[in-house]
Design a protein around this ligand. Sequence first.
Ligand code: PPE
Length: 306
Amino acid sequence: MALEKEAKIWFNGKLVDWDEAKIHVLSHVLHYGSSIFEGIRCYKTEKGPAIFRLKAHLLRMLRSCKIYRIELPYSREEIKQAIIDTIKANNLEECYIRPLVFRGYDSLGVNPYPCPVEMVIATWKWGRYLGEDAIEKGVAVKVSSWNRMAPNTFPFLAKLGGNYINSQLMKMEAISDGYSEAIALDTFGYVSEGGGENIFLVLEGKIYTPPLYASILPGITRDSVITLAKDLGYEVKEELIPREMLYIADEVFFTGTAAEISPINSIDKIKIGGGGRGPITKELQEAFFRITSGKEDKYGWLTFVK
Ligand code: PPE
């Protein structure tokens, strides 16, 4: 899906025209993957656009910067306001929000320190990440031949641009093999996550998801689903999952800002459960969309733009 242009992009403190938000080809980020980003959704509600879990996304972004030794020239409050200003400038009822911090143009060579820290915030309309039918019917996926990053290689707790080279390898292999996404194992052989999603499974009424040390991004949708599931009375176990547990699960689903809660109907051509969306996945989706639609906000997860 080609990007549909919006009016403005926030670029180093100013709202500039979409087509004017450009950087030099010798910027550090382009050569060495030196960026930090976030993906946030803003939902349409009766009280106007509402940003889902903004505080948690900003915290993760600041932590990613800390891991990568980036000193952001903006405060958390300034970034929050910049995000709101960008949504307003583009007059959007709902959108995906992409804040991106990167090492810019000064000198080349691996050393990033001399390069300026720059930041952009873009918004665009992003529909169903894994296809229009994904939320109801689910998607067919495979276990990737690529592993997720080993500990002490690429910091997986940080949302670093460079980490997404691994996701791209997974995605390209999946598409070439006829799947919409792949699941990676960690380097010890345990289930890790999708290329752009965390993963959950349901077995005998209990919900399982890999722990943070299984090379996963600490997903905010993951955290939300754990909270919702516990509140609905389910036991949620964050523990190492062997690959074959995916095959025998009653339900498997992805979570992510872009993917929301997407059921998985087959893995490596093995049908999962009944081969459609399972009842617990549906119950969690309903609880999740009740909040994102603004019908109820009992955890204070919404930030209203107006
Ligand atoms: N793991 C990975 C590797 C990942 O990229 C994401 C989000 C998640 C888990 C889920 O995290 P969260 O969004 O906080 O629940 N992936 C983002 C980027 C997708 C893209 O293609 O770009 C997203 O969903 O916004």
